[in-house]
Design a protein around this ligand. Sequence first.
Ligand code: EPZ
Length: 440
Amino acid sequence: MSSVLTVRGGVPLAGRLEVRGAKNLVPKAMVAALLGSEPSYLRNVPEIKDVDVVTNLLKLHGVDVAKEPETGDLRLDPVNAKTASTADIDAHAGDSRIPILFCGPLIHSIGEAFIPDLGGCKIGDRPIDFHLDVLRQFGAVVEKRHAGIHISAPKGLKGAKLSLPYPSVGATEQVLLTAVRAEGNTELRGAATEPEIIDLIAVLQKMGALITVQTDRTIRIEGVSELSGYTHRALPDRIEAASWASAALVTRGDIYVKGAKQTDMMTFLNTYKKVGGAFDISDDGIRFYHPGGKLSPLVLETDVHPGFMTDWQQPLVVALTQAEGVSIVHETVYENRFGFTDALVRMGANIQVHRECLGSGQCRFGQRNFLHSAVISGPAQLSGTEIDIPDLRGGFSHLIAALAATGTSTVTGIDIINRGYERFTQKLEALGADFDITSR
Ligand code: EPZ
C-alpha cells in the first residue's frame, strides 16, 4: 500500500516543530560503533528510514541494536559482530548509500565486507571510485562480485598518504572509518569538512581515535589498535531546518524550528536574508518567517562546506519562483540535481535549465552536457497538480510548492520523504497545512 497526499494549497505554514539528529551523521555514527570493543550509545536519533536500514544491516552483522522506547536513543553492542550473507545484505540495503561505509569497520572487525550495488537519490551518477581507490591504498583487496563488491585485507589495513580529487563527504568518512584502526598513520588531503564530518570525528575521538583537522583540508589520523565505545548526542539536521525555513518563505508563513543551530547554517542564513526572509535566533532554535513585502532574486552557487550546501538549493528554488525578477542557481556538487524543476514548471513556475556553468567559475560539469544551471523568473503563480516525488530533497520542494499553490495537488511517492524528514506529516499538521492522507 502506498500513501497519497491531497494538498489544498494557499495556507501559510505557522507554528513550531523540532529537528533532531542529522540524517547525514546518525547512520555513520551507528556504523562507527562497529569499530569499538564495547557498546556505544547514540542520542538525538530521528525516526527516519535511513536509520532503520542501518539498524537492520548492523543486526544482520551480529551487532545488538537496542532502541530506548521513550527517547529513541540507541545502544549498539558490536561484541558479537559476524559476517552476513550477501543475499541478506542485498535485501536489507534498500536504496541507502550507507553500506559503502561498512567496508573499513567490517574489515577491522571480521576481516571482510560485501557491499551491494548502491541506491540513493537519482541526482547524478553517484560513483564510488574515490571510496574504492582509498580502500586499495589502505591495502584492501576489492573484487567485483554479482550485485556488489567483496572487500578483504589479507595483510591487514595500513595507514596511507591519500588525496581526494574532490572533497567528497562519503569518501572522507570512508577514510576516517578505515584509518582510525589501521596500522600506522594516515594523511588525507582534499578532505570534506562539513559539520557532519566534524561530528563523526568527535564520535571517533570519544572512542579513542587520534584525528587532527588542519586548516588546508588535510586530516591526519594516527591508527590505534583498539577503540572503546562512545556516548554521543548527534548534531541537529541543518538540511531539514533549512527545508522548513524555505517552506515558511514559500507559504508566507512563520515557523519556529527547535534544534536549528546557527553555526551550522551561517551561509544559508545570509542567503535567506538576501532573498527577503527573516529569522530570529534563540538559544534552542531559530524562528524563520516571511516578513511581508516582495522576495528578491539572487545569483547562487552551491559548493562544499562552508559554501551554500547542495541539499539546501531545491526548497530554496521554490522560494525563488516567487521572487520579483530573475535568479540563477549554479549547482556544482551534483551533475543532475534540477530534475525536480519539471514538476514546478508544470505548476506554473518559469524555470529554464542550462548546460553552461552560470556562476563565478567553471565547475566539474562545464561543457559536459549536464543541465546543472537554472534560471528562475518570478513571481510565478503556482497551481496545484499531480506530483510523483522523484527524490528526497526534490520531493520536499514539490511538497512546499503544493502547499503554496492555489488549488489542490495530489502527491504520490511520499514514502521517499520519510527517508530524511522525521514525522513530516505530523509536522505539517502542527503547522496548519490543509491536507489529507489516503492509502492506495
Ligand atoms: C553526502 O553524499 C550526503 N549524503 C548528501 O546528502 C550530500 O548532498 C553530499 O554528501 C554532499 O554534501 C549522505 O551523507 C548520506 P559526496 P555523498 O561523496 O557522500 C562525487 C541528502 O539528500 N563523487 O560528497 O554521496 C559525487 O558524484 C543527500 O541528504 C565521486 O565522483 O556525496 C558528487 O558529484 C543527497 N566519486 C560529489 O563527489 C566518489 O567516489 C559529492 O559527492 C564519491 C563522490
